[in-house]
Ligand binder design. Sequence first.
Ligand SMILES: Nc1nc2c(ncn2[C@@H]2O[C@H](COP(=O)(O)OP(=O)(O)O)[C@@H](O)[C@H]2O)c(=O)[nH]1
Ligand SMILES: [Mg+2]
Length: 417
Amino acid sequence: MKFATAVGLLFLLQGLIALGSLDETCEIGASRTKKYLLYTVNPGEGFNLRRDVYLRVANLVRKLNEVDNWVLVLPPWGNFYHWKNTKRNKYFPWSSFFDLSSLNRWVPALELEDYIKEHGGAVDTTFILQHYAEGWSGNWEEKYDERPCNEQVPFTHNDGNGQWDGHLWGTQITTKNFSCISIQGHASTLVPLLSKTDVRSVLVGRAETILHDEFGGTWFWSARRSMRFARHLVAEANRFRKEFLDSDDARDQTEITEDWRDTKPKRGAAKGGPYLSVHLRRRDFIYARGDEVPSLTKAAKQLEKILKSYDLNKVFIATDASLDEIEELKLKLNKYEVYYYSPSPEFLNLWGDGGIAIIDQIICSYARFFIGSYESTFSFRIQEEREILGFPVETTFNRLCGKKKKCEQPAKWKIVY
Ligand SMILES: Nc1nc2c(ncn2[C@@H]2O[C@H](COP(=O)(O)OP(=O)(O)O)[C@@H](O)[C@H]2O)c(=O)[nH]1
Ligand SMILES: [Mg+2]
C-alpha cells in the first residue's frame, strides 16, 4: 500500500514537472499568435543566389523567434531566366528540390501554397526593400527609412478598397499596407521594423537587399545544413553515382545522419568517389566574365592535369554548355571516361531545370576532387555541400582559369559548427 502511494506520488510529481515544462515552452512562443513572413527576390536573380537569400531570411526569422512566433513562407521557384526547358509560369514548391522536414529543424517553414490555402493571397503589410537612392554617402551605418519607391513595384493601389494588389508567383497577393523601405544593413536590421508592427503577416520584397548577419558563422552554416536536398533527387543522383562512377556513400566515406544536426564529420573524413567533377559555367558567363572563362581546350588541359595527379580516370561534367560543346570537350578528353547527366523526359517533366541542376550539384559534391567556375553561385553551393560532407579543403576550393595571367583561387569559406 505504502509502495503504491509512493509510486503514485512519483507519477504525480513527474506529471507536474511535465506540465511545468509545457508551460515554459508555451511562454517561449507556441502559445503566441503565429505570424507569417513572406519574401521575394529580384526577378533577375538565378536559382543559386536565391538559395543564399533563403539563409539570410531564415536567420531573420530565427532572430525574431527569440521572442516571437514567426513562420517563414517559402516562395515557389519558377520563371527564371536560365530555366529554358521549363514552361514559363510554372512554379515548383520547395518540396520539389528540398527536404521540408530538414528545413523545419532550423526555422518553421511553410510552402506558399499552404499559406494560401489557409489565408488566401492576403498579407497585412508589404515592405519592398531598396538601396538608398543617394548611395552610401561615405559612411556605412545600419539604417532604414521609408522612402518613395526607386523602381517599379509589382503592386498597384486599388482605389476601390484602399488596398494594394500584386501579382506574384502566378497568383494574386493583396496587402493592406504598402511602402518602400530604403535600407543598408543586415537581416537583423529589420528586427525593429518587423517586431514593431502588430500585423500578422508581412511580405518583405527584394530580400536580397539585406546582407547575412554573420556570413560564414554558426547560424549561417546551420541554416545551410538544414537545406538538405529532396529525397527523390538524392536517390536519382545516387543511382547515377553507383551506375557510372563507382561511387556510393559507404565506399566514399560520405555517410550522413538522418537529422543534419547530428552530422559533423571531421575535416578530411570524406574520401569521395573515384572521379573528378567540374562545374563548367558557359553561356552568359562567356560574355559577362570573358577573361575568367577558359576555352574548351584550356579547360581540358586543366582537367587532364588534375586527373593525372589524382590518378583518376573518370570525369563528371556539370555544365550549362550546349551539347555540341560537351561533345567537343569529350573529344579533347578522349583518353578518359567522361560523363554528364542527361535526364529522362519524365524527370524533366517532373522537376525541370531546377531538378537537373541539383542532380549535377549532388554528383559534383561527392567527387574525389572538385573544380568550379569563377564567381559562380552554382559552384559556391557545391563547395558548401562539400564542406558539410567533410572533404579536405584542397579538393574543394578550386576554379578553372581563363586567359588572364593572374588566376586567384576562390576564398575558402570553411564550415563552423
Ligand atoms: N544543370 C545545370 N544547370 C546549370 C549549370 N550551370 C548553370 N546552370 C543553369 O544556369 C543557372 C545559373 O544561374 P545561377 O544559379 O544564378 O548561378 P550562377 O549564375 O552561375 O552564379 C542555374 O540555376 C542553372 O539553371 C550546370 O552545371 N548544370
Ligand atoms: Mg546568376
